[in-house]
Write a protein that binds this ligand. Sequence first.
Ligand code: UD1
Ligand code: MG
Length: 451
Amino acid sequence: MSIALVILAAGKGTRMNSDLPKVLHPIAHAPMLAHAMRAGAALAPARTVIVAGHGAEAVTQAARAVEEDVRVVVQETQQGTAHAAAQARAALEGFEGEVVVLYADTPFISADTLDRMIAARAAHDLVILGFHAADPARYGRLVMEGDSLARIVEYKDATEAERAIAFCNSGLLACDATTLFELIDAVGNDNASGEYYLTDVVEIARARGLSATAIACDEAETLGINSRADLAAAEAVFQARARAALMEDGVTLTAPETVHLAWDTVIGRDTAIEPNVVFGPGVTVESGALIRAFSHLEGCHVSRGAVVGPYARLRPGAELAEDCRIGNFVEIKNAVLDQGAKVNHLSYIGDAEIGARANIGAGTITCNYDGVMKHRTVVGSDAFIGSDTMLVAPVSVGAGAMTATGSVITRDVEPEALALARAPQVNKPGRARKMFEMLKARKARRAREAG
Ligand code: UD1
Ligand code: MG
């Protein structure tokens, strides 16, 4: 069966109190909208239509970043969810099949739930997704008659008896495309909000002799985000699930609640993550690696057997081959480290290639930026970079070469050479004692003068 997704994302999100459209607020480094699109992608839709409104341009951009050929339609004025869904009609011209309506602010629907909605369509013309709410608050209420859904009543329009119903509307629905748009055409706005409610299609369908039902999913899936507090709760839900999924996949998390994952974090089996590690977007870690406490990773790749941290920072473009060692207070950016390379202490390696088994001494810095342009540093395999070496890029140090501690390397070093680039040491006998005497005398004189 062919499926089209319609994702409603036009709302302003007044309660977010933000200049950013609500659906672009991030959860685990991806906009809410991207999560909704990813959830819907589980249905392998033939078409995806986003209904944008507030911040339509930015919303379009965010949607395209997830799926290049997504269709975006603009709802110029927000007149309700039925009015929003109606905007998708033109983009679904010629489409025959199933329409599934999702809300961008309800981004955690599981693939299993979506499958169950589609399955329920076999017996009913219209399927609504509901949930049993611990606190039904202001959600629309589902009025059931046995297995059938009679209608949905919005909180504002509900009687006391209807408000007592705890089976609530998530907003998601599935229906044949042609039927859905026929039903939407019949929706009016004679209600407490003066809006076109998508929920009204249920009553209209029933009046036309069509059947409707509601299936239930876990409340955590239908978590709607309307405020910053909801956003924080959604983040927590996402993190809890992502951590659980990783552990299920064979990753050790010593203190799971302290590890922050991004929506696209990939970690291999038998890798261990110590407490307080933060993953930004675009990180892949292979199997059998160790990410030690308080490290921050983003846009990087860590291969099998590598050890990172504690207190390491891997920035975009950091590529660690197998068995690399990155130690405390080391920052790696846009640099490829070959197998077994070591940068163990207090270093900055940026815009560089570090050869296999090279050892980068404590305090080494690739001086990659001249204030205008970035330049590359290349260190050959088995090279030994002495502590506190400044590698002034563009520069290369050949395989098996060595730089003396404290060197400022401005010229290329040929393989197997030793580069010494520091002032020669001079020792002056007795001079320290004289210096101390002089300084102490000066201090005593100042104390006398000050009275
Ligand atoms: C809606 C449902 C309610 C349900 C609740 C679940 C209706 C009438 N009510 O209420 O039964 O319990 O969701 O969260 O459908 N949107 C547009 N254009 C509009 C209006 C809304 O795109 O003109 C989008 C919003 O961006 C949002 C979604 O539709 O993604 C839901 O809109 P919202 O205003 O939050 O509806 P609720 O009042 O929460
Ligand atoms: Mg809402």
